[in-house]
Design a protein around this ligand. Structure first.
Ligand SMILES: [Zn+2]
Length: 274
């Protein structure tokens, strides 16, 4: 997962970065080729370009566009190093495509997309809900912050607005603190670092490094009723079509697949709905 961890670190080092390909390549390293589909042109062009001249000034050169196929990087300082010939593609600015990234993460985690939530803190989006079994839906957020204070502020903001337990995710654990995790835990909420749970699926997308029910064992323990304590409640996975079986129907609870509802009686192959 070496390349991928560079991607998660890279987007956290400079949230909202708008930069040329050369800068993104430097920031993302091995992960650049994989990450390219998640970058989109901002529609703007750079006004300066790094000095690429051997033994040159090392300072940014001014981009001068004479015509679409005659673009130069002119030395801006007294050293007057040679002009750099540039292509238009060299100076196109790219930013992280958060919508595409968020969709890819939501798909890998099997989240139910449920529309955007407005007025969230900067860099924060609601990716969907995690629904481990019928009747339980937990919001999942991704925030990309550049320091500890930013993450703490975001967590406080969501704690203040969302009264249900939720999952807050960030690219890495770099800005998490035990204080922040304690505040989340007090509300049944939890924090996940994406670099610990996702890697590339080999194409343009992600896959979980281990099943979500393993990742969320503690979260489920805190928020799903324990079968032994509430034996009367009939729990079953949410059917794909969202319709509940008719009373008396035989429900194949053994087909719980990845749905780790602790209340599903695993030993039974069929359970009667009362
Ligand atoms: Zn120079």
């Amino acid at each position: 997962m070496g390349g991928m961890s560079k991607f998660w670190q890279g987007i956290e080092e400079a949230p909202g970065l708008s930069a040329m390909e050369i800068t993104w390549r430097e920031r993302l390293g091995d992960a650049y080729e994989w990450a390219q589909p998640f970058l989109r042109p901002t529609g703007e062009l750079a006004s300066s370009y790094p000095c690429m001249v051997n033994m040159g000034c090392g300072l940014p050169h001014h981009v001068v566009i004479h015509s679409p196929d005659h673009i130069i990087g002119a030395c801006a300082c007294e050293l007057g190093c040679e002009r750099i010939r540039l292509k238009r593609s060299d100076i196109v600015l790219y930013e992280l495509d958060r919508v595409k990234l968020d969709k890819g993460i939501a798909a890998a985690m099997g989240l139910q997309r449920d529309g955007d939530e407005i007025h969230l803190p900067r860099g924060t989006a609601r990716l969907g809900t995690h629904s481990p079994c019928a009747g339980f839906r937990f919001p999942v957020y991704l925030t990309v912050q550049s320091d500890r204070e930013g993450l703490a502020h975001t967590v406080n903001d969501v704690l203040a607005r969302d009264t249900t337990p939720f999952i807050m995710m960030a690219p890495t654990r770099g800005f998490a603190s035990s204080d922040m995790e304690a505040r989340l835990a007090a509300r049944g909420a939890t924090f996940l670092a994406l670099d610990e749970i996702l890697h590339t699926n080999g194409g343009v997308g992600f896959q979980l490094t281990r099943p979500l029910d393993q990742v969320l064992t503690q979260f489920h323990a805190a928020n799903l009723p324990d079968r032994d304590e509430t034996p009367a409640l009939p729990f079953f996975p949410t059917p794909p079509d969202g319709h509940l079986p008719a009373p008396g129907a035989l429900l194949p609870v053994a087909f719980d697949l990845s749905l780790d509802c602790r209340s599903v009686p695993r030993l039974a192959h069929l359970a009667q709905i009362h």
